[in-house]
Design a protein around this ligand. Structure first.
Ligand SMILES: Nc1ncnc2c1ncn2[C@@H]1O[C@H](COP(=O)(O)OP(=O)(O)OP(=O)(O)O)[C@@H](O)[C@H]1O
Length: 247
C-alpha cells in the first residue's frame, strides 16, 4: 500500500515545553490506525498539526501521491485537500434534521463562490441517502439532530465529514460517552470507513482499540514509543511502564 500521510521529524514547543519531539510516522492509503498514549503524550497536538491548527517549529507533513506539504496550506485548504477531522464533542446543528445537516455539509464542501449559487439537485438528495446509509442513520433522516442519542449525533457528524470525501479521517476519542451497543456500531463503522479511505483513531479505551483490530501507534512525550499490533505494543515493557501500568 502506498503512503498517504508522512510525518517526519516534526517538533513543536509551547512556552519552552516540547509537546511533539521529532515525531515521525506514516499512514498508508486506506489504512485504519489507532493512536494511543498517556495524557499529554501529544495525540491532540499531532492532529492539530496535520489539520493546520498548530504550526510545528520543524519537520514535514507530506500528503498524497504528489507529497503536498500540508505545513504550507491553510486549515481550509488542508480540509479541501482531503483531510477530515472529527472532534470529541459532536457539533451538529441540533435544530436541523439529519437530512438538513447532511445537506449543509454537502453545500459547505463547495468552494466559497459556488456555495452562494448552490441549489440541491436530485444527485445531492441521493448522496444524502447514501451518506445516511453509510453511517447507519437511514431511518433517522427526518428527525431533528437534537433528538438523537449521543452516539447517533457522532455518526451524523461522521456522515457530514464524509460529504467532504476525505482521503484521511482523523477521529478523536469516538467511544467517549457512548453506550456499549453504540461503541460496537462505531467500531464497525470505522472499520468499514477504512475500506475506502485512511482512518486514524485516537482512543483511550483499550477494548475499543482491540475491536478495531488494526496497527497501533503508542505516543509518549511527543514521539513514537512503540508500534504494531495491540498485543505487540501492550507486551512492550516501556509501554506498560508509561501507560498501561498506571491504570
Ligand atoms: N496551546 C498549548 N499551549 C501550551 N501547551 C500546550 C498547548 N497544547 C498542548 N500543550 C501541551 O502539550 C502536551 C501535549 O498535549 P496534547 O493535548 O497533545 O496531549 P494528548 O496526548 O492529546 O493528551 P490527552 O490524552 O490528555 O488528550 C501537554 O503537556 C499539553 O499541556
Amino acid at each position: 500500500m502506498s503512503t498517504l500521510l508522512e510525518v517526519s521529524g516534526v517538533s513543536v514547543t509551547f512556552d519552552g515545553f516540547r509537546a511533539i519531539n521529532n515525531l515521525s510516522f506514516s499512514i498508508a492509503e486506506g489504512e485504519l490506525r489507532a493512536v494511543i498514549g498517556p495524557n499529554g503524550a501529544g495525540k491532540t497536538t499531532f492532529m492539530d498539526i496535520v489539520t493546520g491548527k498548530t504550526r510545528p517549529d520543524s519537520g514535514r507533513v507530506l500528503f498524497g501521491e504528489k507529497s503536498v506539504d500540508l505545513l504550507r496550506l491553510s486549515e481550509a485548504r488542508i480540509a479541501r485537500a482531503g483531510v477530515g477531522r472529527k472532534f470529541q464533542r459532536p457539533t451538529v446543528f441540533e435544530d436541523q434534521t439529519v437530512a438538513e445537516n447532511l445537506m449543509l455539509a454537502l453545500r459547505a464542501h463547495r468552494a466559497p463562490w459556488r456555495v452562494l449559487f448552490w441549489r440541491p439537485k436530485p444527485a445531492d438528495h441521493a448522496r444524502i441517502a447514501e451518506l445516511a446509509a453509510e453511517v447507519g442513520l437511514s431511518d433517522q433522516l427526518p428527525r431533528k439532530a437534537g433528538e438523537l442519542s449521543h452516539g447517533q449525533k457522532q455518526w451524523l457528524e461522521i456522515g457530514m465529514l464524509l460529504a467532504q470525501e476525505p482521503r484521511l479521517l482523523l477521529v478523536d476519542e469516538p467511544a467517549a460517552g457512548m453506550t456499549g451497543p453504540e461503541r460496537e456500531h462505531t467500531t464497525d463503522l470505522l472499520v468499514s470507513l477504512a475500506r475506502s479511505r485512511a482512518v486514524v483513531v485516537v482512543e483511550h479505551d483499550m477494548e475499543f482499540v482491540r475491536r478495531l483490530a488494526c496497527k497501533v501507534t503508542v505516543l509518549h512525550e511527543g514521539s513514537v514509543l512503540a508500534e504494531g499490533s495491540l498485543d505487540h505494543v501492550t507486551a512492550n515493557p516501556a509501554v506498560i511502564d508509561v501507560y498501561l501500568g498506571r491504570g
